[in-house]
Design a protein around this ligand. Structure first.
Ligand code: ATP
Length: 286
């Protein structure tokens, strides 16, 4: 028995950090939406009681450090499954990029195993399981567009933004999410207006969405990495109507409703950045 599941990347239209909690996590408010850049996860049930991982490209761990492995392990333990699973990851989402690639692979594995092993779990139950793996996994279970709060695991689904082009550029630098949070000074940073973003999306007002883009982590990464600043400036110069860094970075995305402009931004960035993608915003759950 074999099953194939799509694992789309996400971008943050807004990301705010409210405060550090007693449990060490940060209280966040994030508006997230899925884009048409996806890994494909193939799950094959096997008789031997083991989880194996193989992946086509991008550096990802093949052992229990892989978030898809952790998802399968969690399901196996919770539901006492004696069979194993082979997980093949066709990796299209850049790794450590701020696009939740690993979290989406984990969510796709949870959804796929739910089907493959006929577990009958609801999306809510899968999202609760997902939160045990990582804060972004719950959102990835639902996909579409949502406001994520708490440490990122409390999901309120919202309407999709109007469709547009998304050009993504990832500079070849590594950014550690933990370091970015450590360097963030919550009291001395410009916070995005989450409510304005939610209202703009509800009204399907593309211009207001672009005007309300904001990521509290951006200032930290911009200060550390000149490359990210440079990509932002180039995207703006090439005519993107909205530009923002996603998650803790370093990927920067530019939004435009015009295909020709998206192509121009894509071509312009290809000149000095190896990893550039031109995709559509998905917005809706599939
Ligand atoms: P987020 O936006 O949720 O912060 P990210 O896009 O910055 O995530 P990922 O691509 O999910 O980062 O990878 C973060 C780390 O997780 C990397 O160190 C990577 O080795 C590890 N990892 C574990 N499993 C996976 C996977 N299936 N795909 C990608 N990375 C994985």
């Amino acid at each position: 028995m074999k099953i194939s599941v799509k694992a789309p990347a996400k971008i943050n239209l807004s990301l705010d950090v409210l405060h550090k909690r007693k449990d060490g996590y940060h209280e966040v408010e994030m508006v997230m939406t899925t884009i048409d850049l996806a890994d494909r996860i193939e799950l094959t049930s096997v008789d031997q009681n083991e989880i194996t991982i193989d992946s086509s490209g991008g550096y990802v761990p093949f052992d229990e450090r892989n978030l898809a492995y952790q998802a399968a392990d969690l399901i196996k333990k919770k539901f006492n499954r004696r069979e194993g699973v082979r997980i093949s990851i066709d990796k299209q989402i850049p790794v450590s990029a701020g696009l939740a690639g690993g979290s989406s692979d984990a969510a796709a594995t949870l959804k796929g195993l739910n089907q493959l092993w006929d577990l009958g779990l609801s999306p809510e139950e899968l999202a609760t399981l997902g939160a045990e793996i990582g804060s972004d996994v719950s959102f990835c279970v639902y996909g579409g567009t949502a406001l994520a709060s708490g440490r990122g695991e409390i999901i309120r689904q919202i309407p999709s933004p109007p469709p547009c082009w998304v050009v993504l550029a990832k500079p070849s630098i590594g950014v550690s999410t933990a370091d970015v949070y450590r360097m963030l000074n919550i009291d001395d940073v410009e916070h995005p207006d989450t409510q304005a973003m939610l209202k703009a999306i509800e009204e399907k007002d593309y211009d207001k969405i672009c005007a309300s883009l904001g990521n509290v982590l951006e200032s930290v990464t911009l200060e550390q990495h000149q490359e990210v600043r440079h990509i932002k400036e180039q995207m703006q110069r090439l005519g993107a109507e909205g530009v923002l860094m996603s998650g803790s970075g370093p990927t920067v995305f530019g939004l435009t409703i015009y295909e020709s402009r998206a192509q121009r931004i894509y071509n312009g960035l290809r000149g000095f950045c190896n990893e550039v993608y031109m995709v559509r915003m998905l917005g809706d759950t599939e």
